[in-house]
Design a protein around this ligand. Structure first.
Ligand code: SAH
Ligand code: TYD
Length: 408
């Protein structure tokens, strides 16, 4: 029997509430001729009975996920480019407006956020273990350290460059199971008045929208205000602000500071109260979410199977990491979805992990529109639907599965 999962925040027992079974790595796109066995792990999610943190019950070694060929690019969405540019501008006029200001970004990826900071001539450092994307950041004029952030990295940065006014992480902190080391590192690296700001998919939105595809190897934690509040307290930090964000299907931006260093904003109490009101941390609520996930799976498979039986072509849109959970949990392969189109060069001409659906450049989609497109990149729906109007005008219809299965 597998050992009982222990919470990566407080060490107590994690109670599982949803099991996706055996899954491949979500960003391990595969060469068509490759016959090697794929790396798999068991994807299941649970909640700590003591500190309330929702987390995966099994951990994938970090080097399996983040390496030279890690394909994800922050620059793949114009909405996200603007999101990061405007946040960088905000930092430049607030936290980074003083003399010799310094910002460290964890998981800077291709430099989409730090580029604006670099252009303003403000001292910065990106910490990014995935080699190819880190090189792209350097090409943008961003200073990058190719490394995993953890306590030792933080101590090294402090020794060489001093403490930071801002430590920032987007869609990265939730990827990191070794949280004690991270938060010890943050505490060492942060100036006394500095802020640690991070934004990640929000458990509240995931439960409300049944967006179960936010659960995969790289998303180890599903944060909420109450679990982050508790996590901060246990690491001698304080949650001082929260901000709901519309990006990536619903996120929260959390601001942590040393206890007493900043006044706690009213938004924190408001979100904590809202979470209590809806019972977000209750196991019964999470178990109902798990039931709805299985319903969405059954509805989606039934719809795709019927459309295929009627002779319709179906093409996937966006070879997202998220879609690995959808295709592998639902058993969707090339028999149901002909190919998936995607703008990311490192994904094109490969096969999706586990489900082995070919990935093609977007031109293959527009050259011969199918009647149905399954929107895997649903978190970029507005951007994609705006640019793919010709698909609709040609009679094409979108299949969506968040918050439920429907055709538009
Ligand atoms: N911040 C970007 C990228 C998110 S993808 C955005 O929001 O678009 C997550 C990134 O975190 C990847 O580029 C991955 O290589 C990086 N990462 C994973 N573990 C890390 C760690 N311990 N320290 C720093 N970066 C890490
Ligand atoms: P995203 O949903 O941002 O993240 P994840 O991979 O973590 O689930 O991924 C979006 C994917 O969709 C990415 O591979 C780029 C692709 N994409 C397109 O092909 N066209 C588009 O217009 C957009 C916005 C994204």
């Amino acid at each position: 029997m597998a050992p009982e999962p222990r919470c990566r925040i407080c060490g107590d027992a994690v109670v599982e509430f949803l099991d996706f079974g055996t899954q491949p790595l979500s960003d391990a796109f595969r060469d068509p001729g490759d016959t090697a066995e794929e790396f798999t792990y068991r994807l299941a999610v649970g909640r700590c009975g003591t500190c309330g943190m929702v987390q995966l019950t099994e951990e994938v070694p970090r080097e399996e996920m983040f390496h030279e060929e890690y394909p994800y690019l922050s620059r793949g969405s114009s909405v996200m480019r603007e999101h990061f540019r405007s946040l960088a501008e905000r930092f430049l006029t607030t936290e980074l407006s003083g003399d010799d200001a310094f910002i460290v970004e964890l998981g800077c990826n291709d430099g989409t956020m730090l580029k604006t900071v670099a252009e303003a001539g403000v001292r910065h450092l990106g910490v990014e273990p995935s080699g190819a994307v880190a090189d792209l950041a350097a090409e943008e004029g961003v200073r990058v350290r190719k490394d995993f952030f953890e306590e030792a990295t933080a101590l090294d940065i402090v020794a060489a460059e001093g403490q930071a006014d801002v430590i920032y992480a987007a869609n990265t902190l939730c990827h990191i199971p070794y949280m004690s080391s991270i938060l010890r590192g943050v505490t060492a690296l942060l100036r006394p008045e500095g802020v640690f700001v991070f934004e990640d998919p929000y458990l509240g939105d995931i439960v409300e929208r049944t967006s179960f595809d936010q659960i995969y190897d790289e998303h180890f934690f599903l944060f909420s205000a109450s679990s982050v509040d508790e996590m901060a307290r246990r690491h001698d930090l304080e949650l001082v602000d929260v901000e709901r964000l519309p990006v990536h299907g619903g996120e929260v931006r959390y601001t942590l500071a040393r206890p007493g260093a900043r006044k706690r904003g009213a938004a924190v109490e408001e979100l904590l109260a809202e979470e209590r009101g809806r019972g977000l941390g209750d196991l019964a609520v999470l178990e109902r979410f798990a039931e709805r996930v299985r319903e969405v799976r059954d509805d989606l498979v039934a719809l795709l199977t019927r459309l295929r039986a009627e002779g319709h072509r179906i093409v996937g849109y966006g070879a997202t990491a998220k879609s690995a959970t959808v295709t592998n949990f639902c058993g969707i392969g090339p028999d149901l979805v002909e190919f998936v189109c995607d703008t990311t060069p490192a994904k094109q001409h490969k096969l999706t992990p586990g489900s082995h659906i070919p990935v093609r450049p977007p031109e293959v989609f527009s050259d011969d529109y199918p009647p149905y497109a399954l929107l895997f990149a649903w978190n970029h729906a507005d951007e994609i639907m705006a640019k793919e109007q010709a698909f609709r005008e040609a009679g094409g219809r979108w299949i969506r599965y968040v918050p439920d299965v429907h055709v538009v």
